[in-house]
Design a binder for this molecule. Structure first.
Ligand SMILES: NC(=O)c1ccc[n+]([C@@H]2O[C@H](COP(=O)([O-])OP(=O)(O)OC[C@H]3O[C@@H](n4cnc5c(N)ncnc54)[C@H](O)[C@@H]3O)[C@@H](O)[C@H]2O)c1
Length: 361
């Protein structure tokens, strides 16, 4: 039975990945989830797995060398899937230092701990161990409006925000470990994810939450910045496939050719919500494009991201299963049906969940 150490598993993609893995492998794997539970970590995302015998949660910061080494000492870890990061570009513009701390130093701590646990006296590594570093397409910088321009694995890094600069630095560290020590790792660079359990500071859950509350829907600049959207479960599947079928030391770009302007996303959400709400629901009357409010553009806002997923498709056979039309409807319905979750997150109540569930243990 393989033991996975997942970092940042209480966040958006990490929790979806843990659900995906238990759905796929059931009792055949063990998962240890290490998360510091920052504002973005929410254990309510994992309510339905926390009683499993093959799931363990450890509250720790990935920068805490002793805590991370201890996990490796006490468990024979086979796979590391490293999600933990500060992930919001806007926050990185206000407070870049925490991004360097978590994303760069935290990744270095994870790499060192895995290297220490897995390295043999002759400098090679124990058979079958693998570290997957989850990264972003934002490290590649910005594309112009030429529809034939894409990010490939060979595209030179050109990060612009403190967030993408910190992720680029962490990627470089992983590359350095692979080159220097032949450390058994892969990197995935994925486009924007959407789906359940995303903290409502990010575009899609923010717009859903505000639209249902009849609040303004802020859109940066002219609303024409393009992002390449992927349903989060497809990302989870890609990560698993890269770890099981990918070539060690390789980078794989992950994306689904779903380029949309931000304004298109906002209008789609309004349209779908109007379809979902009963005519008698008072929220429906307030829901219209009039809620859209253009606001001063984000500093250094990248214009367009677009991933070429040719390599992962050709070498590993991964393809996205959920097309945007279906995925966005599923996502909206999920937030719609999980009003409690949204209320706990927006009120901060989710932070009490840890105390309730874990402080007593
Ligand atoms: N969201 C996207 O669209 C997207 C796209 C591509 C890649 N990524 C990458 O995927 C990863 C996960 O992104 P997400 O959107 O799920 O982020 P998120 O902000 O929702 O979750 C991050 C998680 O990491 C935890 N964390 C933060 N700092 C920590 C620390 N110092 N120690 C331990 N845990 C810590 C948080 O508590 C949270 O649970 C990140 O590495 C991000 O760069 C995200």
């Amino acid at each position: 039975m393989k033991t996975y150490l997942v970092t940042g598993g209480a966040g958006f993609i990490g929790s979806n990945y843990i659900h995906y893995m238990f759905k796929k492998y059931g009792d055949d794997i063990r998962i240890i989830n290490v998360d510091a539970l920052t504002y973005a970590g929410n254990l309510e995302n994992l309510k339905d797995v926390e009683e499993r015998d093959n799931y363990t949660f450890v509250k720790a910061n990935i920068c805490d060398r002793d805590a991370i080494n201890k996990i490796f000492e006490e468990n024979e870890i086979d796979r590391v899937v490293h999600f933990a990061a500060e992930s919001h570009v806007d926050r990185s513009i206000v407070n870049p230092e925490i991004f360097v701390e978590t994303n760069v130093l935290g990744t270095a701590t994870m790499l060192n701990a895995a290297k220490k646990a897995w390295e043999l006296p002759d400098g090679t590594f124990k058979e079958g161990k693998k570290f997957l570093h989850v990264s972003t397409d934002e490290v590649y910088g910005s594309l112009d409006d030429d529809p034939n321009a894409y990010f490939y694995e060979t595209t030179l890094y050109d990060p612009h925000s403190p967030y993408s600069a910190s992720k680029a630095s962490s990627d470089m560290l992983v590359k350095a470990y692979m080159d220097t020590y032949k450390f058994p790792a892969n990197i995935t660079n994925c486009s924007n994810n959407y789906g359940p359990y995303q903290f409502p500071e990010k575009l899609i859950p923010l717009v859903i939450s505000n639209a249902l509350a009849g609040k303004n829907l802020p859109v940066y600049g002219d609303g024409k910045n393009v992002r390449d959207w992927l349903f989060v479960e497809d990302h989870a599947k890609a990560i698993d496939m890269v770890q099981e079928k990918g070539k060690l030391f390789e980078t794989y770009n992950v994306g689904g050719h779903n380029e949309k302007q931000n304004i298109e996303i906002v209008k789609t959400i309004i349209d779908v919500l109007r379809e979902e709400l009963d005519d008698s629901d008072p929220r429906k009357a307030k829901l219209s494009y009039d809620l859209i409010k253009y606001v001063t553009d984000r500093k250094g806002h990248d214009r367009r991201y677009a991933i070429a997923p040719d390599k992962i498709k050709k070498e590993i056979g991964w393809e996205p299963e959920t097309m945007f039309k279906e995925g966005i409807r599923k996502t909206i319905k999920w937030y719609f049906d999980h009003n409690d979750w949204m209320e706990h997150v927006t009120s901060g109540d989710y932070e009490k969940y840890y105390a309730k569930m874990y402080d007593k243990r």
